[in-house]
Design a protein around this ligand. Structure first.
Ligand code: NAD
Length: 421
């Protein structure tokens, strides 16, 4: 296996090559030797399974599911489960390694993993979704669990899916709600988990602005994606007096020069399932949203949203990566050279895994925290990680992304050395 990251400008990099490139930039800074690079880049285990499922109309459909377990030097592996038509092994591999660096960066006792099924969740009935989920767990239940690998929600999955997973996993292994996080609050979930990723983006945006000597009330924002991450980021930022001028979902973008009424849009989405036909805003495309003349962009939907072909149109000076891998490395380099400050995914969206950790802790203690405690601890963990990244970025004179990778790689390397080979 060739673990060297390819050079820029040869052919479009695949998702995992992008993460490896970011890894190598940081590894160069700390002089990480080749043997460690190979060890830390390579996943421990990759599993591809067939997911045969009977559809509502009686048809047999065979889907493909993946679970990649990247690294467990610091603890059980942790990472979401994505249902999306773009899911493939390379993407899951990339996302699994990002989880290793994310959990290390916020210093919670986990490694990294990720899973997914290649399917369009919009085309499924609730019952089909449940059958697919249960069948997938039948296929992977032996390699996941509270001390091995703990899944959580990601794109296309939600708290209800997590309940099905718990139930199916427990059929084999007995009661243990810590086998999965992101569950509904009434089913051993944690208060504040659902909002955590978006809220974390908001908290960190606030801290970053303060460092840049700016105020939220002077900061115009556009948010791509209005699902779990984007909608909660919008809610928190709206309540914190940021001026949100545009949000989008798969149906397109919605713009208002005076600022959007976010509470109204949240109510509309709950009622209608998406923002489609939302009346109180001008309709724009997702590409137009990214090119808006705003101070801050929060890409919170898909990977590769900002690429070589659209990077020149970006006008925002600050980007908060709510999504995983939303900026392609060519664009990342271009933005950095042009003074755009990018808060990287492994920090910006780490609020979700942080509160998943709180959920796991509560499940293991059969004890439930109140929302204030969750929010305070989340704030405290993200603030510490932010300050460390800011400091490392100054010390090494590198981007916030490279600084974040430096800190994470050092921690995983140290844990590997302490554990022995
Ligand atoms: P979600 O399924 O709840 O929402 C996704 C949103 O993106 C929806 O509004 C959808 O309409 C929109 N969308 C989909 N395709 C789009 C496109 N082509 N253009 C514009 N919008 C599009 O997913 P989520 O949980 O909010 O995850 C979003 C991103 O955040 C993913 O990259 C995910 O890996 C990352 N993330 C999520 C969590 C979490 O806790 N849910 C944690 C960390 C990172």
């Amino acid at each position: 296996m060739n673990t060297a990251a390819p050079a820029l400008g040869k052919k479009p990099l695949k998702a995992n090559e992008c993460v490896q490139l970011y890894f190598d930039r940081a590894a160069d800074q700390i002089g990480l030797d080749d043997s460690f690079r190979r060890l830390l880049k390579m996943p421990r285990r990759e599993v591809t399974v067939e997911v045969p499922v009977e559809m509502d109309d009686g048809r047999l459909e065979t889907l493909v599911g993946f679970r990649v377990q990247h690294n467990n030097a610091r603890g059980p592996m942790k990472g979401g489960l994505r249902y999306h038509w773009d899911v493939d092994l390379d993407e899951v591999r990339a996302l699994a390694s990002l989880m290793t660096w994310k959990t290390a960066l916020v210093n919670i006792p986990y490694g990294g993993a990720k899973g997914g099924i290649c399917v369009d969740p919009r085309s499924l009935s609730r019952k089909e979704m449940e059958r697919i989920t249960r069948k997938f767990i039948d296929q992977i239940h032996e390699i996941v669990g509270p001390d091995k690998d703990i899944p959580a929600p990601d794109m296309g999955t939600n708290a209800e899916v997590m309940s099905w997973i718990r139930n199916q996993w427990e059929k084999y292994h007995g009661f243990n709600p810590a086998c999965i996080t992101g569950k509904p609050v009434e089913d051993y979930g944690a208060r504040g988990r659902e909002e955590a990723t978006g809220r974390g983006c908001g908290i960190l945006a606030f801290k970053l602005l303060k460092r840049l000597g700016r105020k939220p009330s002077d900061c115009s924002v556009a948010i791509q994606g209005f699902g779990n991450v984007g909608s909660h980021a919008a809610k928190f930022m709206h309540e914190s007096e940021f001026k949100i001028h545009a949000v989008s979902d798969i149906s397109g973008g919605y713009f208002n020069a005076e600022g959007l009424d976010i509470p109204d849009m949240l109510t509309y989405t709950i009622k209608n399932g998406s923002l489609e036909h939302y009346p109180s805003a001008e309709k724009i495309s997702n590409e137009e949203l990214l090119a808006l003349d705003v101070n801050m962009l929060v890409p919170s939907a898909i990977g590769n949203a900002i690429r070589e072909d659209n990077m020149h149109s970006i006008k925002a000076q600050v980007i908060i990566e709510g999504a995983n891998n939303p900026i392609h490395p060519e664009a990342d380099e271009y933005l950095y050279k042009n003074g755009v400050v990018v808060l990287p995914d492994i920090l910006a969206n780490a609020g979700g895994v942080t509160v998943s950790y709180f959920e796991w802790v509560q499940n293991r203690q059969y004890y439930s925290w109140d929302l204030n405690r969750v929010r305070q601890q989340l704030d405290s963990i993200l603030s510490s990680a932010f300050e460390e990244v800011w400091q490392a970025s100054n010390d090494f004179n590198v981007s916030l992304r490279t600084a974040a990778f430096i800190l994470a790689i050092k921690r995983v390397k140290r844990a590997t050395e302490l554990g022995g080979f």
